[in-house]
Design a binder for this molecule. Structure first.
Ligand SMILES: [Zn+2]
Length: 419
């Protein structure tokens, strides 16, 4: 039995994207701190034809400059090593790629018509084929050839597809295949913060959140439009980097690539409300510089009403909303005091919970109830407040959501029943 797979095209020439992104939590990281080692690139200088560049895992024919080609191969090799580690299978065969900037530099007939069509549309395509045992579904042999425009991270996107095709014999369902390939497209060495095209950010934030069931529907097809790719990327990015969902995302991906019977619904169904809440927060707060890993919601914290006891908690400057462990009733007065300082940059001014004159660095609270948040309200170094509604109190240091990564310090807060 032979299966043919193709992923994927971008129909919009302005489809966009640039660098950045990828991280992951725990041991399943695409981003590593250690400096990548330089790979050796062998160059075949072919007169009158695009040159051929070979590394351990790639054979790339391209018309881009030698310097750019060597830089591209370097990036692809580093990314491939990391994704091979992430998916637990080092790449097994060389990945053949045609990377095209100027089609007039290619002799007639040197590009597959299907590849050429995708390139002219401003995108790329991975043409894959695998032979499988028709009884067991086991993959016996695979091939994958990539055709890609030179820009917008397209070679990285397609290389993720090719890796999956060659090492698993398949790319997974559309939402996963394209979401992960988009993560590869944005991937940059040692970068944890989001960096994508401002148009993509603008689009995702301006639309009503697309329902998760719609993004993961089996009716979805590759090559539809860049807007759908943006939603797939947003979902995979959240699941891969949020500490609540990353531990299940990794085995789910492996199961999908191995064609086991499972799905997004099977795995995350029991956490549907939590995911929907964090997904809507992500869409509201994210932009270039945002760190998903720092904004994971703490669902495990225990909360208590304040009676005679006091409740102590610590709030980090370099994180999103954090549990105070205090449950409040509408109209209830709560007293609090704080100890400590934090900074909004690595070696920045030390600020108490009152923050700066303009209000940044200030301790702020919000109430969580029925998977919704109240309007945030200001706190200070000490004082009291009247709860505007019922709920669980969460706290954070006020800063741009995209600027949490370089914050330092934490403030201890003590709550007791108000007078
Ligand atoms: Zn794709």
């Amino acid at each position: 039995m032979s299966l043919f797979s193709e992923c994927c095209r971008y129909w919009s020439a302005s489809a966009v994207i640039l660098g950045g992104l990828i991280l992951l939590t725990g041991s399943y990281s695409w981003s590593e701190d250690k400096k990548s080692t330089k790979v050796e690139v062998r160059v075949d200088e072919r007169p009158g034809r695009p040159w051929l560049y070979r590394t351990r895992n790639f054979a790339v024919q391209t018309d881009i400059s030698r310097e750019e080609a060597e830089e591209l191969l370097q990036r692809l090799e580093t990314m491939l090593a990391l994704i091979g580690k992430y998916w637990g299978r080092p790449n097994s065969q060389s990945i053949d790629m045609y990377v095209v900037r100027d089609v007039t530099k290619w002799p007639p007939g040197s590009l597959d018509p299907k590849g050429l069509q995708s390139i002219l549309a401003g995108g790329g395509v991975t043409v894959g084929q695998s032979r499988q045992n028709s009884q067991t579904g086991e993959v016996l042999a695979s091939r994958a050839v990539v055709y890609a425009t030179a820009d917008h991270g397209t070679p990285q996107h397609e290389a993720v597809h090719a890796y999956c095709m060659l090492n698993f014999g398949r790319m997974g369902p559309t939402w996963y295949a394209e979401g992960m390939a988009e993560m590869g497209r944005y991937w940059k060495d040692n970068q944890q913060a989001i960096h994508c095209d401002p148009e993509v950010v603008k689009y995702l934030k301006s639309e009503p959140p697309k329902r998760l069931a719609e993004i993961t529907s089996t009716a979805q097809r590759s090559g539809d439009n860049w807007q759908n790719y943006a939603w797939r990327w947003a979902l995979c990015n959240l699941l891969a980097n949020n500490s609540n969902y990353a531990p299940r995302f990794h085995p789910l991906g492996l199961a999908l690539l191995s064609a086991q019977r499972t799905s997004f619904e099977d795995v995350y169904g029991p956490m549907a409300k939590e995911i929907a809440f964090e997904y809507s927060q992500f869409l509201k707060d994210f932009d270039n510089g945002y760190r998903v890993d720092l904004c994971s919601w703490d669902w495990k914290a225990r909360f208590h009403a304040i009676q005679t006891r006091t409740i102590n908690t610590k709030v980090k400057a370099a994180a999103g909303w954090q549990p105070s462990r205090v449950t409040v009733k509408s109209g209830q007065r709560i007293s609090y005091s704080t100890v400590g300082t934090w900074s909004l940059t690595k070696d920045g001014e030390k600020l108490a919970a009152l923050g700066t004159l303009s209000g940044s660095g200030r301790l702020v609270g919000v109430l969580f109830k029925d998977y919704e948040l109240s309007e945030p309200f200001d706190l200070s170094t000490e004082g009291s407040f009247v709860a505007p509604s019922d709920g669980k109190l969460y706290l954070r240091c006020r800063d741009d959501w995209t600027g949490l990564g370089d914050n330092t310090g934490e403030i201890s807060v003590k709550f007791q029943k108000g007078e």
